[in-house]
Design a binder for this molecule. Structure first.
Ligand SMILES: Nc1ncnc2c1ncn2[C@@H]1O[C@H](COP(=O)(O)OP(=O)(O)O)[C@@H](O)[C@H]1O
Ligand SMILES: [Mg+2]
Length: 384
């Protein structure tokens, strides 16, 4: 990875944190799209030790101080709960305080920085390689929710208010259709019709009377660190969007992001499919961690959540296409329409298999199939 001191003085930033030893070097790290992430190396009595230094993207997160209050509370709570587990230091993020005891450092340019202990001998993956990996990721996110289910009051801050307010997202689409600001509605007739037909879907999770929980809200595969030796999903990272929400938003977004083998902007829609073995693996992994804290209603709605979140993101791409690409960056003509189409195709694929998905969830939660119960997961099937 290239050495990068031109943009930010990482050495000066590193000095602000309670990191023992002498700063040796820093380089950009990982493939995250939101923050600037660096790996900094320190000489600690002859032994090199690595740390993560991150500049928080304050264009996306308007209130980094509140965000860091969330991150601080969440990492402390997780750390306390897993303190007695073997290898606890690699199973949760550990924040390093600044020299004056704060959770983050604000530099002279108004940038907010934080430091974490580097999780060694583990990696993230951008694209899912197997159902086993999907299982491990879902298990890790389920465990994350479970450990935070008893986070003491007060409620965490909403770092992005209304993030999964699906009816509000839908209303924004209706407004964009009505305004047709850049005269593109004619290019998206089928997609607009597809969306309008499914308006009732937008309220289905909100009206199901589900408990508010602490959720991650960015359950992409590359926010889980996998142990190099065992392949276990050992640690959930990227806590910027941790906030109050419905557990199923996280599960639904895993279904959206992991079950289709196609890219989010794939133009050949025949490549967009809901691969059942991936769904099975996600459901098993999630319930492996979640079976005892999730309510029956939450478990029942797992397939629906996948459909709803996929629909929600599709409507956001469509609304942005109609408004003239104001939010999602585009790299080609009709890019946001292409993105909308992959999401809506996946919605269709889920609809086609929804009954089967629901039956599967039932079979691993109702105890009638003891050998397939969520508590004793069979290794997910790698084939097909
Ligand atoms: N504590 C850590 N130890 C090792 N690697 C990490 C750590 N935290 C983050 N990373 C790596 O850096 C990448 C980007 O960090 P992340 O917090 O996900 O930022 P972004 O919000 O930009 O996605 C992660 O995908 C992961 O590979
Ligand atoms: Mg990330």
């Amino acid at each position: 990875m290239m050495n990068e001191h031109a943009k930010h003085d990482v050495r000066a930033v590193a000095r602000e944190f309670q990191i023992p030893g002498d700063f040796l070097s820093a380089a950009t790290h990982g493939s995250g799209h939101i923050n600037d992430t660096y790996c900094a190396v320190f000489n600690q009595r002859g032994t090199p030790a690595r740390y993560i230094l991150q500049r928080i993207n304050h264009r996306v997160f308007k209130d980094p101080a509140k965000l860091m209050q969330n991150v601080h509370r969440v990492t402390e709570h997780l750390g306390r709960k897993i303190a007695d587990e073997p290898d606890a230091g690699r199973r949760g993020l550990t924040l390093i305080a600044t020299r004056n005891g704060k959770a983050c450092h604000c530099d002279g340019d108004g940038n907010f920085w934080r430091a974490y202990i580097f999780i060694e001998n583990a990696h993230t993956y951008d694209v899912v390689e197997s159902p086993e990996q999907a299982y491990e990721a879902a298990k890790a996110f389920g465990r994350f929710q479970k450990l935070l289910a008893d986070l003491p009051a007060p409620r965490l801050h909403d770092t992005i208010p209304g993030f999964h307010d699906t009816p509000r997202r839908f209303a924004a689409l209706e407004t964009a259709v009505g305004a047709d600001a850049v005269n593109r509605a004619k290019l998206a007739k089928a997609e607009i019709e597809f969306a309008l037909k499914r308006k009732a879907l937008t309220r289905q999770l909100l009206d199901a009377n589900l408990p508010e929980r602490v959720t991650h809200n960015d359950t992409k595969l590359n926010n889980v660190m996998f142990d190099d030796a065992t392949g276990e999903g050992i640690c959930v990272v990227d806590l910027d969007t941790v906030m109050p929400g419905l557990a199923l938003y996280d599960f639904g977004d895993m279904v959206r992001a992991t079950t289709s083998p196609a890219q989010e902007d794939e133009r050949n829609l025949s490549k967009v499919t809901m691969q059942f073995p991936m769904f099975e693996a996600l459901a098993r992994g999630y319930l492996e961690s979640g079976s005892d804290f999730l309510t029956g209603a939450e478990k029942k709605l797992m397939a629906l959540a996948g459909k709803l979140i996929t629909f929600e993101i599709g409507t956001r791409f469509l609304a942005d296409f109609l408004a003239g690409d104001l939010y999602f960056k585009i790299h080609r003509e009709n890019h946001n329409l292409d993105r909308c189409r992959t999401q809506f195709k996946l919605v269709e694929e889920i609809e086609r298999q929804e009954e089967h998905m629901n039956q599967f969830i039932e079979s691993i939660t109702d105890g009638t199939h003891a050998a397939r119960s969520a508590r004793k997961p069979r290794k997910p099937n790698v084939k097909n």
